[in-house]
Design a protein around this ligand. Structure first.
Ligand code: MG
Length: 238
């Protein structure tokens, strides 16, 4: 009797599986090729798709598929805006042995122009933990320090869930970020409860761009050239 019941349940489950819609097909791409449903934020050829905070053309230079942003270029934001998203970005921080802590190669990836995923040379360069590479700046230190040496290419893969606001405009459901640095988990569904330091988004629950930080506006910050490549995102559930 028990066996008959088990077979019936199994048959029922199988039937249910047959009625489920098939997953959408996505070509996963490869090391330098994004998934087929990704939106390219950087075309590898020029700065179209990026602008300054005041709306001018992005001032970084582009060669060989790499965007180089010198001190003074200012923060740049993507034309594309998003809520929930999977984001990929590769970056290389300069080698600045004469500097220490936050004054070494320093940039950042602001999700929705509001929450900074820190970019810093954190290879043998201690600083406050929630300001090191892999941190959600001011909110959460990385689980581990998975930094490569400066001048080497590194990558972030970020699953961002944007906060949701109630009718009063205040955050009713915090956002979150899950982040892999160089393929290593550094943030595991980390809650983002409110606007972060340096937020430039008025409606923190509305769609926002990706913003790349020019750290030179900070007191005593030395000249830096940050490099970026292969920047794309996939919108999630929209
Ligand atoms: Mg930074």
């Amino acid at each position: 009797m028990k066996l008959a019941l088990a077979l019936l349940v199994a048959a029922g489950l199988q039937g249910q599986e047959r009625t489920l819609p098939q997953p959408r097909v996505v070509d996963p791409g490869g090391p330098a090729k994004p998934p087929s449903d990704a939106i390219m934020l950087f075309n590898g050829k020029d700065m179209s798709g990026w602008r300054t905070l005041t709306g001018g053309p992005g001032k970084c230079t582009v060669a060989d598929g790499v965007m180089s942003c010198r001190t003074g270029a200012g923060d740049i934001i993507s034309s594309q805006t998003f809520l929930d998203a999977q984001i990929h970005i590769e970056f290389a921080v300069p080698y600045m042995p004469d500097q220490h802590g936050q004054l070494r190669g320093n940039s950042g990836v602001y999700l929705q122009s509001c929450y900074e995923v820190q970019i810093l040379d954190s290879y043998q360069n201690p600083t406050y933990a929630d300001g090191s590479l892999g941190a959600v700046y001011g909110f959460s230190a990385p689980l581990v320090n998975a930094a490569r040496r400066p001048d080497e290419w590194q990558s972030y893969d970020i699953i961002f869930r944007a906060p949701r606001c109630g009718a009063d405009g205040k955050v009713a459901q915090p956002g979150s970020a899950t982040i892999l640095l160089n393929g290593v988990l550094v943030q595991d569904h980390t809650p983002i409860p409110k606007a972060g330091p340096g937020c430039r988004q008025k409606d923190i629950c509305g769609p926002g761009p990706l913003r790349l930080q020019d750290h030179s506006g900070f007191k005593g910050a030395p000249d830096t050239t940050m490099r970026f490549r292969n920047i794309w995102l996939r919108r999630l559930g929209q």
